[in-house]
Design a binder for this molecule. Structure first.
Ligand code: AMP
Length: 887
């Protein structure tokens, strides 16, 4: 018990106290000196009036101050005679006595009435002794402890009442308990006197030097002097760390940035702290720390310049690509910005391009190493400065790392045209561009009957610079346009040349005309094929059924139009020597065999990563044809958003198709893996790429029939490319394809109703599928119509229901989806219009801020009832973003 005793207010018997009592009560308690066990003399108060009845003898202390304590303990040591051991004592002999107290603010009371005392307890002896002979005997001492609680006055008096016992009171010790000063969790708690009856005393701690409150520290002092329930804590201030209940400064070379960090840590790379108590380390010369960089991050520096810039010119557009800087400066937040200057022919004088030139996705802060620059002027020199920067570029005084690439846009053809006409033929001759951006490979002549351009048009090709077109109607005006193709791509179409064939009976007439070809684009429609007599090296373009054409594009030739399908492969795909291919690993399974990744070495160029599809052994002739049909289709396309064919291996086995490698694989899997990780602008950028690829395909009269996120591939720059062009793919390859009632196999959820109902596959049905791809992209790869059955999907679509907006879908994007899902196929937007809309959205991201309500789809759009509402909604949303794509 003494462990907790930090102070005794009254040690042993206080002589004066008892003297006082004797003075007050002239009673029978006597002050007597005796010897203790060790023969040391000591004073006792004794009473032993056992022979007489009716005893009532009081002994009282003087006033004892309680010193703030609410609970006080009284330890008494005494001896008590056993009545039986006293010969001849009457039955009134007692073996107990009573203990009382009286609380008072008055320290000088000389009289207290018996009735005013409060009884503490009746005290009995544990041990009594039988012999009275106290003088020469060893005494057996009893010790008893009692307590009084809830004291509130300044002090109290103690009193002992004897009712006829034989007692010797040896000592009275009065004390209280307190919780001792302590430091816990860097908070100091002072000496605290314990509370009253049951109360715990709540004590707030003070943070030790160089520390601060993390959570207000407190503890409870319990009645028996122990600390209980520590809550909260202090933490060492920045620049200090905890060591055995104190906070000591961080040593040089270390730092502590935040109070909540436990310990000082070593300075990160490229930084130091020469003084102690550092809250951060200072960056070495030429290294920096961005405001948002954590203090634990190494100091970094601006990146070096981008490398290996490459340009691909397509008329008045140029795609610029480059490699990331060799030195990233130690950071991962590299972005690129472009500066465009238009230069004079000799390249000496350059001026800024101004706002007429556009950059897709943007000019500044590009995260991927590629950009499409549009709206350049034809036949002009441009100088692009590509600048790399990172989060600390703005902090560095040194100029940014830049690389410059000079580009010449393709020349429109300025020609002197010779015209020679007969009643059914026209001979044209022209001069090629003066400064073509590469060797001229061929010329393309397009012509149609005046005012019939939507219905009839023909494309002819020739390697010479003259052509006779015959089979024309007499006395009819035709419009002709010519463009050149170099190994750098197609040039722009020149202006329209109107020529009238002579009337029946009239002879030939020759005429020389001068034309400066302009650069405008227009729409044609073809309804039949006009036979033209061609030069020996002219090549005839063939057409699928009526298609919309854009000059600047070619027409897709279906491999089935070739009598010998191998010829189609030879015409459109380059044969690759198998020894230049290194297969590295399997990345997927195709319809005809494995798909692997690997490298292709092309003479004079750097090694490139490729995907390699191989035809498994034991194939039939038909399988070989179908397998290679994908190459002869793909080989006709040349667009940044269409998977590029590198070539084929047909001369040895296995037969292989080599395409560019798309690091991120198919779009649906990629999106599922990165759920929620892209900004809406990034998603729209992906959709823009897909729409641009599809525009190119539809311009070439190619109908995809199986456009879905699973058939889009994604490269490391997030560029999406349309893939899967095999002839048999919809029938055999696509696991989503299901048999329809008419026998064909169709990916129902992605397919337009007219294509499901009567196999009307057109670019407009591809637009429907594109709307589904938009929905897949915005919902990060969710399955369209979830787990509904194909039959239910067909029924719901027929009744006018449409998929609701995915979560967080901008209202303009959902509206575009709904437009793609118009029942009437001519009401759907064209891919060109979709690209324009998405470009505008990218340029004006504020238009993407308003989100659609993701409603339950079944309360979606019922055609009959809501047709007018739908078009109203569209009008509003388009007005909002300033677009009108209706022709
Ligand atoms: P496919 O036979 O074209 O459907 O290809 C089967 C799988 O191989 C695809 O789903 C992709 O995961 C993968 N794959 C095909 N072509 C490529 C490519 N060019 N780059 C990367 N992965 C590809």
């Amino acid at each position: 018990m003494c462990v907790h005793l930090s102070m005794c207010v009254c040690v042993c018997v206080d002589r004066n106290v008892f003297l006082l009592m004797r003075e007050v009560f002239s009673i029978t308690w006597e002050e007597i000196s005796v010897m203790d066990e060790r023969n040391t003399p000591m004073r006792t108060y004794q009473v032993c009036n056992v022979m007489e009845a009716n005893q009532n003898n009081w002994l009282r202390t003087r006033h004892i101050s309680r010193e703030g304590a609410q609970r006080v303990y009284i330890e008494i040591k005494f001896t008590l005679r056993d009545c039986n051991s006293l010969p001849g004592v009457p039955g009134t002999c007692k073996e107990t006595f009573n203990m009382y107290y009286y609380e008072s603010n008055n320290a000088n009371l000389w009289f207290i009435k018996e009735s005013q005392y409060v009884k503490i307890d009746t005290i009995a002896a544990d041990e009594s002794f039988t012999q009275v002979d106290v003088g020469d005997r060893v005494m057996k001492l009893n010790t008893e402890v009692r307590d009084i609680s809830n004291l509130s006055k300044k002090g109290f008096y103690l009193a002992f009442q004897d009712l006829g016992a034989c007692i010797a009171l040896v000592s009275v010790r009065v004390f209280y308990k307190k919780c001792p000063l302590t430091v816990l969790n860097l908070a100091q708690f002072p000496d605290t006197i314990t509370g009253g009856d049951t109360a715990l005393v709540e004590v707030h701690g003070m943070c030790v030097n160089a520390s601060e409150e993390f959570e207000a520290p407190k503890m409870y002092c319990s009645a028996d002097g122990g600390w209980l329930v520590p809550i909260g804590r202090c933490v060492c201030k920045p620049g200090f760390e905890e060591n055995k209940d104190v906070c000591q400064p961080c040593r040089p070379g270390t730092y502590k940035a935040s109070a909540t960090d436990a310990y000082c840590t070593k300075c990160p790379p490229h930084s130091s702290s020469p003084q102690e108590q550092a809250v951060e380390c200072v960056c070495e010369k030429s290294f920096y720390r961005a405001e948002t960089d954590p203090r634990s991050m190494a100091c970094t520096r601006p990146p070096s310049a981008p490398e290996n810039p490459i340009s691909t010119v397509n008329e008045t557009c140029v795609t610029l690509e480059w490699s990331p800087p060799r030195d990233t400066g130690g950071r991962g937040d590299i972005t690129y910005s472009l500066h465009c200057r238009k230069c004079s022919g000799d390249g000496r004088k350059c001026t800024p391009c101004g706002s007429s030139v556009h950059f897709v996705p943007r000019q500044f802060g590009l995260s991927s190493a590629t950009v499409l620059v549009t709206d350049l002027q034809p036949d002009s020199n441009y100088s692009f400065t590509i600048e790399s920067q990172n989060g600390v570029s703005d902090l560095s005084p040194t100029p940014r790392g830049t690389v410059v690439i000079n580009v010449t846009t393709s020349q429109t053809v300025s020609v002197v045209l010779k015209e020679r006409r007969s009643k059914d033929s026209v001979t044209l001759a022209w001069q090629g561009p003066e400064r073509p951006n590469g060797a001229i490979v061929e010329y393309e002549v397009i012509y149609y009957e005046k005012n019939q351009r939507e219905q009839n048009y023909t494309v002819l090709k020739t390697r010479s610079n003259m052509m006779t077109v015959d089979g024309l109607k007499p006395g009819t005006t035709y419009v002709f346009r010519v463009r050149a193709r170099t190994d750098g791509g197609y040039g722009s179409y020149g202006g329209e040349i109107e020529l009238e064939t002579s009337h029946e009976g009239k002879g030939m007439n020759d005429k020389y005309l001068f034309f400066a070809y302009n650069n405008c684009a227009f729409l044609f429609r073809h309804c039949g094929y006009i036979k033209a007599k061609q030069d020996p090296d002219e090549e005839k373009m063939q057409f699928q059924h009526g298609r919309v054409k854009l000059p600047g594009s070619r027409t897709y030739i279906h491999p089935h139009t070739y009598e010998d399908p191998n010829q189609a492969v030879r015409d459109f795909a380059k044969e690759i020597d198998a020894s230049n291919i290194r297969i590295e690993r399997v990345i997927g399974a195709g319809e005809f065999g494995e798909v692997c990744s690997g490298r292709l070495r092309v003479q004079g160029k750097r090694e490139i990563y490729v995907a390699i599809k191989s035809l498994k052994a034991g194939y039939s002739d038909k399988q070989r044809r179908d397998f290679l049909s994908e190459a002869s289709i793909m080989g006709q396309f040349d667009h940044p958003n269409i998977i590029r064919l590198e070539g084929v291996v047909t001369r040895c086995k296995p037969v292989m198709i080599i395409t560019e490698f798309m690091e991120n694989g198919s779009l649906d899997t990629f999106l599922k893996k990165h759920d929620g990780q892209f900004t809406v602008i990034q998603l729209v950028g992906m959709l823009r790429g897909i729409a641009s690829g599809m525009k190119y395909l539809s311009d070439m009269s190619y109908v995809h029939r199986d456009l879905a996120a699973r058939n889009i591939l994604v490269n490391s720059n997030l560029v999406c490319k349309v893939s899967d062009f095999g002839l048999s793919r919809v029938l055999e390859d696509d696991p989503e394809a299901a048999y329809t009632t008419r026998g064909g196999k169709i990916p129902i959820r992605w397919t337009a109703p007219e294509a499901i109902a009567y196999r009307k596959f057109t670019s407009a049905s591809d637009v429907w599928s594109y709307g589904i791809v938009m929905w897949e992209v915005i919902s990060y790869g969710e399955r369209p119509y979830w787990e509904m059955s194909n039959q239910d999907v067909i029924k719901a679509i027929d009744e006018g229901y449409r998929l609701p907006a995915p979560m967080d879908c901008p209202v303009v994007l959902h509206q575009l989806m709904l437009d793609c899902w118009e029942k009437g196929r001519s009401d759907r937007p064209k891919f060109g219009q979709i690209v324009t809309i998405l470009d505008k959205l990218i340029r004006n991201p504020a238009s993407l801020r308003e989100l659609a309500n993701s409603s339950v789809w079944s309360v979606g759009y019922k055609l009959n009832a809501v047709n007018s509402t739908l078009s109203l909604t569209r009008a509003c949303s388009l007005e909002m973003i300033g677009l009108d794509y209706r022709i």
